[in-house]
Design a protein around this ligand. Sequence first.
Ligand code: SF4
Ligand code: F3S
Length: 103
Amino acid sequence: GIDPNFDRNREQVGEENGVAVWGPVDPPEKLGIHGSHVAVDYDICVADGACLEDCPVDVFTWVETPDHPASERKVEPTREDQCIDCMLCVDICPVDAIDVDAS
Ligand code: SF4
Ligand code: F3S
């Protein structure tokens, strides 16, 4: 699953869709972690979609990731500032790709 200490163990290498990107990245195969308060490991996400469907405040948006080995789309936490820390997405993701920093 996603490293919950990614913000200490990785470096921010840029921003996409207003969301921080934590490296290393080497597209299209390696896409890193997207987000800060709500973080999605793009190299783990398999586009299950439960997080996006069930988030009560619609934090997530689909983005296309053609040629990524795990899935050809991912969820961007574009409205992570709206997160109410319910932890539903963390609990529901089948591959443990999401970390929410509720501390
Ligand atoms: Fe949405 Fe809850 Fe996940 Fe925050 S913790 S992104 S509110 S499902
Ligand atoms: Fe991806 Fe998990 Fe959501 S696989 S689409 S982060 S439920």
